[in-house]
Design a protein around this ligand. Structure first.
Ligand code: MRU
Length: 347
């Protein structure tokens, strides 16, 4: 089993199946869903049982093990061709989080070189992806905390914590390391409509770690930044283009604008598996549009006028010029741009 450094373990491989902590039920109920097929796994990713770009990538890697087991049992000679449909199903389940494609591509490279029963070798690769993600988060935690400077408050959006990753978190990794170093006195957490990842997940993680946490409605963020206590806005990312533009949870862009206006610095924390050099800039990044129902209802209750139409993009793109620091496990880019991204990715 992977040694996750937190109380929270979003993804685990147990008794030959994938188990996902059902994040739709948190914080009231902590229940794992056991998945035995790639079809179930793709559905779980689509329906937000697991969410957060790196966590989706890790879950997809384990899902490939489930797919390979079934395809090999179906036809040991041609399973490597048959599995392509499963890989496509996984990649399509969430279009913006590039870690999903990255993890599936990495598993596909292993598949191409396999002979005989694939399960153990693929499981080893999935475990590798999982533990590398935790190690990357630890490293980013240290690198990001080193940028914080004078003690103060920070603001975060959505959930980029242990739940959104293999463990420890990206933005929350920096916040955890910064708090441990005495550099953060309080974390302000955007509620993050419509899924409430901030209220339900980030606040839950921080309160468990006994880090002082204040929740605010998304619409209150600019007023908070105006007050002057917040020194950094710290967020994760779903995909970063070659020029440093950042796709992240809807609402990130206006936080970046408000931060720049008020002289608050803006930090993006993401592993290099989130960087997509195929995207020249943010305009090319596919933005997931989600169901109208997510805005029309809240907790199963209708909250909007019947008959209204809905625009529900799950992510927005923050231009690189609004990002003061991009923290990856390979190093930090201050004022990231195409040259710095290329340097970070040159390995
Ligand atoms: O729709 P979600 O909950 O998957 O969106 C998650 C985010 O936008 C996170 O900020 C991002 O994936 C980074 S998680 C380390």
């Amino acid at each position: 089993m992977i040694d996750t450094p937190d109380r929270v373990c979003a993804i685990r491989w147990r008794e030959n199946a994938l188990e996902l902590l059902d994040q739709r039920l948190l914080p009231e109920v902590a229940r794992y869903r056991r998945l035995n097929t790639v079809t179930e796994a793709a559905q779980a990713i689509r329906e937000m049982v697991v969410r957060g770009a790196p966590a989706i990538g890790v879950a997809a890697a384990y899902s490939v093990v489930l797919a390979a087991r079934a395809r090999y049992a179906e036809n040991p000679q041609s399973w490597q061709t048959l599995i392509n449909a499963d890989l496509a199903l996984l990649v399509e389940s969430r279009p913006t989080a590039v870690n999903l494609c990255w993890a599936v591509r990495r598993m596909a490279q292993v598949i191409a070189g396999l002979a005989g029963d694939p399960e153990q070798r693929l499981l080893m690769e999935a475990r590798g992806i999982h533990s590398e993600d935790i190690a990357a988060n630890r490293r980013m935690g240290q690198l990001g905390a080193a940028l914080l400077g004078q003690r103060g408050a920070v603001l975060t959006h959505c959930n980029a914590g242990a739940l959104a990753t293999g463990g420890y978190g990206t933005a929350l990794g920096v916040i955890r390391a910064g708090y441990a170093a005495g550099l953060i006195e309080r974390v302000y957490v955007d509620e993050t409509r419509p899924w409430l990842q901030g209220a339900r997940l980030t606040a839950w993680e921080l309160v468990q770690d006994r880090i002082p946490t204040t929740l605010l409605a998304d619409a209150a963020a600019a007023a908070l930044l105006r007050q002057g206590q917040v020194r950094w806005v710290i967020v994760g990312a779903d995909r970063i283009a070659a020029n440093g533009d950042v796709a992240n949870k809807i609402g990130t862009y206006h936080l970046a604008i408000a931060a720049r206006y008020h002289g608050v610095r803006f930090m993006v924390v993401a592993p290099t598996s989130t960087v997509d050099l195929q995207m020249v800039d943010g305009a090319a990044i596919p933005i997931e549009q989600r169901a109208a129902d997510e805005l029309l209802n809240l907790g199963g209750l209708p909250v909007a006028a019947t008959g209204t139409e809905v625009w529900n993009p799950s992510f927005d793109v923050t231009p690189a010029e609004l990002v003061d620091a991009l923290v990856t496990e390979r190093g930090v880019a201050l004022k990231p741009d195409a040259t710095q991204l290329a340097r970070l990715m040159l390995f």
